[in-house]
Structure formats: C-alpha cells, structure tokens
Design a protein around this ligand. Structure first.
Ligand code: SAM
Length: 231
C-alpha cells in the first residue's frame, strides 16, 4: 500500500505511518458516519491519498504557505497534503459539523500543528475579511461544478495565488462553462493537467487557475442564487 506514495512522493517512514493511522481512523469512523464510499485499503491509498498528492505535481508546495481546502469532507486533499508538506498552514472548511469534529480528531492524532478547522459554508466564510484574499492556494475536490466552485473559491485566493479544482475524466464542458466566471472573478489564467491513477483506477484532471486581479466585492452571491443562475 505504501509503495505508490513512497516511490512517487518520497515520503519518510513517519509520514507513511501517518497515512496508515489516517486510514485506520477513517475506516473506524466510517462505521458510524458517512465519510467515504471507498474503504478497501489499496483503493483508499490510491483514490484518496495518492490522488490528493497529485496537486504537488502542478503547484510548488515547498513555496506555498497558506492552503485552504474548501468542502474537504473526510480531509481530501487537505490532510494528505499536510502529511506530505508539514510546513503548510492548512485550513479545512466544511459545511458539515460532524466532519469537522472528525478532522480535528485526525489532526490531533497525527500531531498536526498550524491547522485551522472551520465549520461553515464557503459562500459565507468568503465574505469575512480574515479569509478574503488570504490564501496562497485554495483546493477543492468533488464539491460543485467549476463555474459555481470558482465563485466559492476565488474570493479566498490572494492576488497571484492559485485555485486548483480536482476533477474527473470529463472536464472539457465544465471548463468551457466556467470561462466567463474565471474572467469576472479574478481575470484568471487556466491550465488543465490530465493524469492517470495507478492500477487503472481512473483518469483525473487538475484545473489550475491563477488569480490576477481582486474578486469584485459582490461575489460570492448567496448560495440559493448561485445554484439557480451561475455566472
Ligand atoms: C462529495 S464531498 C467531497 C469531500 C472531499 N473534498 C473529497 O473529495 O472526498 C463534498 C463536501 O463538500 C461539503 N460542502 C458542500 N457544499 C459546501 C459549501 N458551500 N461550503 C462548504 N462545504 C461544502 C460537504 O459537506 C461535503 O463534505
């Protein structure tokens, strides 16, 4: 299980032990609350852990300080990135309180420092000045379509920082539909990086967007409005 992470991401024994502990905590808690549909060990290591770390192929994380993971759920990609790059100042945001409690347990068990856990909706938290344009990197996996997700996430990114959306195999149409949002929300440039998971576990795409201009204050709009009429 450890070999894919070890070979590709050059992790220490301590970091691999942290992944194993994280796996055990995830599987244990998953018996009493809904955290992941994937539970088989190799699948979790590849589809959750390895997949989360692919962000380090497209962003220089050694040069990144403040990372926010929006809609982190059971901690993906935020927790694997923190294990592999312990210097990161990580903020985990989710709208479900039970998941935030679980993440705190994980962070305490793994001995994390510099992690903040926020319970709330991205579109509300993004209006707070303490969080607005405050992060070098914002990540999000499996939360919403890109045009909506951009509205959640761009307000958090500092000018010159990046937003990375982790997407499945089919991304072309979504990227096309988000074109105007990326322009309005940050005059953002965009690159799409396709990748293949080991053991034929699927195709993924990382959409990397660089923010070049401040997000207008009126964004994000309220959740209900956003669902009905994305930009
Ligand atoms: C399908 S799960 C994905 C979790 C994780 N990112 C992953 O890839 O496994 C979506 C998560 O986003 C959270 N979420 C959905 N809408 C949100 C919002 N507007 N603000 C914050 N969290 C949100 C949900 O509570 C849920 O935990």
């Amino acid at each position: 299980m450890r070999s894919y992470l070890q070979d590709e991401y050059h992790l220490s024994k301590e970091q691999l032990d942290q992944f194993e502990l994280y796996y055990r905590l995830l599987i244990e808690k998953n018996k009493v609350m809904n955290l992941t549909a994937i539970t088989e060990e190799q699948e979790v290591f590849i589809k959750h852990f390895y997949d989360s770390l692919t962000i380090s192929r497209v962003i220089d994380l050694t040069d990144t300080q403040k990372l926010l993971d929006v809609g982190t759920g059971a901690g993906f990609p935020g927790i694997p990135l923190k294990i592999a790059f312990p210097h990161l100042k990580l903020t985990l945001l989710d709208s479900l309180l039970k998941r935030i409690y679980f993440l705190q347990e994980v962070g305490d068990s793994l001995g994390f420092k510099d992690v903040d856990y926020i319970h709330g909706r991205a579109e509300d938290i993004a209006l707070l000045s303490a969080h607005r344009e405050n992060y070098d990197l914002v990540t999000s996996r499996a939360v919403a379509k890109l045009n909506i997700l951009a509205e959640y996430c761009f307000p958090f990114v500092r000018i010159g920082g990046d937003f990375v959306a982790m997407k499945g195999a089919e991304v072309e149409q979504e990227v096309l539909s988000a074109k105007q949002s990326l322009y309005i929300l940050g005059r953002a440039s965009k690159e799409v990086h396709p990748l293949t998971l080991p053991e034929q576990m699927g195709q993924r795409n990382l959409v990397v967007m660089k923010k070049n201009q401040a997000t207008p204050k009126k964004y994000p709009r309220k959740a209900g409005i956003m669902k009905k009429s994305p930009l």
